[in-house]
Design a binder for this molecule. Structure first.
Ligand code: MG
Ligand code: MG
Length: 248
């Protein structure tokens, strides 16, 4: 069942979203060669705690950190570590904050210093795929219209789509119904209603769509080691469109 949030719940989710947006704003300011993903993790913990919230991912299913930090060929669920980032790396930082019992979830892929044109295009077009998905959202559309819009942009950009992970409903739980695939035919699935809150999150790759999961069962990379990008916003469905809750 897809829950419809009350005005009170939406207000809380807006606050959770502002906290996550602030984390991304601060990361954008400090990311550069030499910084480690553990330093980013510590910064995020500090911002979330100072805002009176808790990191949603820490301990979720046993996840060991507040952020997922997935570098280069890593797609999702990377563990932060002490290795300094290098010029030309990219790193996807996924953040969840729980405020008053409600979660906001947003991922962003950051270039470290200067990256190649090919990688720049990966980032631009994965971000654009997110917005193509968002821009069809309003009350009355079918869920899979979002999926279809994302797939069209990925195909147009010659990027492959990770199929094992998807967007989701978000609210009092990090992952709620429905699952929102990043590909599919339009006009399928449930019809969206105002008050639904969703996390839309395309993960696109330069090479193969196939994935490889590490021995720890979490860290997921592309099978051919080519770079992968991930952009995600938590949004509220409205009568005429959508509102981004995790605005930066
Ligand atoms: Mg996320
Ligand atoms: Mg998510």
């Amino acid at each position: 069942m897809i829950t419809i949030k009350s005005q009170r719940e939406i207000e809380i989710m807006r606050k959770a979203g502002i906290i996550v947006g602030k984390c991304h704003n601060e990361i954008a300011k400090i990311i550069k060669p030499g910084i480690s993903s553990n330093e980013i993790n510590n910064l995020v913990v500090e911002i979330i705690k100072n805002a009176g919230a808790t990191p949603s991912f820490l301990g979720y299913g046993g996840f060991p950190a507040a952020i997922c930090a997935s570098k280069n060929e890593q797609i999702v669920h990377g563990f932060p570590n002490d290795i300094p980032l290098k010029e030309g790396d990219i790193i996807s930082i996924d953040i969840g904050a729980t405020y008053n019992g409600y979660v906001a979830d947003s991922a962003w892929t950051y270039p470290v210093g200067k990256v190649s044109i090919e990688v720049e295009n990966l980032l631009l077009n994965t971000k654009q795929a997110l917005f193509e998905g968002l821009n069809v959202i309003k009350e009355g559309i079918h869920l899979s219209d979002i999926s279809h819009a994302i797939e069209l942009h990925a195909k147009k950009s010659n990027l492959s789509i990770v199929q094992e992970f998807a967007g989701h409903g978000v609210g009092s739980k990090l992952h709620e119904a429905p699952e929102i695939l990043n590909y599919g035919l339009p006009n399928r699935g449930p019809i969206l209603k105002a008050g639904m809150t969703l996390a839309i999150e395309p993960m696109l790759n330069l090479g193969t769509h196939r994935i490889k999961i590490s021995k720890n069962g979490w860290e997921t990379s592309t099978a051919d080691k080519k770079y992968s990008a991930h952009y995600e916003h938590s949004i509220l469905v409205t009568k005429l469109g959508y509102e981004i809750l995790t605005k930066q």
